[in-house]
Design a binder for this molecule. Structure first.
Ligand SMILES: *Cc1c(COP(=O)(O)O)cnc(C)c1O
Length: 369
């Protein structure tokens, strides 16, 4: 093993169960597995989420729905993203539900042989959906009235659910409820859904019939804080190993551009993982890696295939020992949230940024999946 991401499907299953247990009034969980399950592997994660009690799956792109179907997954799937005419065909062929916000799109669904639609009201995200509640209602009526088209749901998406002390979330929630509750009264079979992970954890009033949980499934904290404090278990570990250890004398350097020059005698350990695997170059001289249960600072430039650590004198690392970039060793833990903070980004981007060269190894609480 050079470098691998180990994904605990038992954790994903438990996270879904915890979210379902906390959902208001028996609201369901729609497990969001877009972007290859936030880098964790969409197909095994979808199966684990369904085993944990999710009743729906969601993706962003039509091809992602087709991939789940090709793997033999039969659960209802919602494609949440915008769809070109070709992509609409792919989504409907995969028997996935799609999102509509204008009447022409409803007609296109019928032309493609029919399917189920969820009407989207843009209550403030400002991306997809119609801003106008009357238009949204007309689209819902058109779906209901069109042969071969089934009105399955009504939805919105929050822009600030992860921001503490903001009032915009409440305004969006109010706008959605004012439109969706009367619509539900007129069309009792529709499923109302609005909450992402942050909204689901923040406010029961946002749960409606179903929460669309993404990041929390993977045990990542939607607020960028401590996932464990929210009873979420991080599913992904990013592991490599010590491939070389060498002494380095004062004045000697390591890596491109000599961005680490030893001031005192020490040892470096070379770990074969780099930006070609998704360890961003911006982490140059700005990352800790666990070796022998202790944090060792990354020194020098992150290169495509390798990083170097300062492992001290005598060297607290030997060739062949494991090195953990995300995960725990002994009492020490490095989270995706910690790396996100170093990069001034969010945990989502850290796991989505793991590149295809990193094999994903799925297991159940340590047992082979
Ligand atoms: C990605 C996405 C979600 C899931 O968001 P998380 O913050 O990962 O829970 C929910 N709804 C929509 C429309 C999305 O695009």
């Amino acid at each position: 093993m050079r470098t691998e991401a180990r994904i605990d499907l038992g954790a994903i299953r438990a996270n879904v169960t915890a979210l379902a247990d906390r959902a208001a009034g028996g609201a369901g969980v729609m497990a969001v597995v877009k972007a290859d399950g936030y880098g964790h592997g969409a197909i095994p994660c979808a199966r684990a989420a369904l085993a944990g009690g999710a009743t729906w799956l969601a993706v962003a792109a039509a091809d992602e729905a087709a991939e789940l179907r090709a793997a033999g997954i039969h659960a209802p799937i919602l494609v949440m993203g915008a769809l070109s005419p070709t992509e609409l065909g792919v989504a409907l062929d995969a028997d996935a539900d799609v999102v509509a916000w204008d009447e022409a799109f409803v007609a296109a669904v019928a032309t493609h042989g029919g399917g189920s639609v969820h009407v989207k009201l843009d209550t403030g995200m400002g991306r997809l959906g119609t801003r106008d509640a009357a238009t949204a209602t007309r689209v819902a009526q058109a779906a209901e009235a069109t042969d071969g088209v089934f009105l399955a749901g009504a939805m919105t998406h929050f822009a600030t659910a992860d921001e503490r002390g903001d009032s915009f979330f409440g305004q969006q929630l109010e706008r959605f409820a004012a439109w969706a509750l009367p619509l539900k009264a007129a069309h009792p079979s529709i499923i109302l859904h609005a909450a992402n992970s942050a909204a689901a954890l923040r406010d029961h009033a946002a749960h409606f019939a179903m929460v669309r949980a993404g990041v929390a499934l993977y045990g990542l904290d939607p607020f960028g804080e401590d996932a464990a404090a929210r009873e979420l278990e991080p599913a992904l570990e990013l592991c490599s190993y010590v491939a070389a250890v060498k002494p380095i004398a004062p004045g000697e350097s390591t890596g491109y551009g000599r961005r680490f020059v030893a001031r005192a005698p020490t040892h470096t350990a070379t770990v074969p993982i780099g930006y070609g695997d998704g360890v961003r170059r911006a982490l140059t001289n700005n990352l800790d890696v666990l070796v022998r249960g202790a944090r060792r600072p990354l020194v020098g430039t992150v290169s495509m295939d390798n990083i170097t650590l300062d492992v001290g004198r005598p060297p607290a690392a030997a060739v062949g020992e494991p090195a953990v970039l995300i995960g725990a060793q002994g009492d020490e833990r490095i989270s995706a949230e910690e790396i996100a903070a170093r990069l001034q980004t969010i945990n989502y981007e850290v796991t989505c940024g793991l590149l295809p060269r990193v094999p994903r190894l799925h297991h159940h609480d340590g047992e082979p999946a």
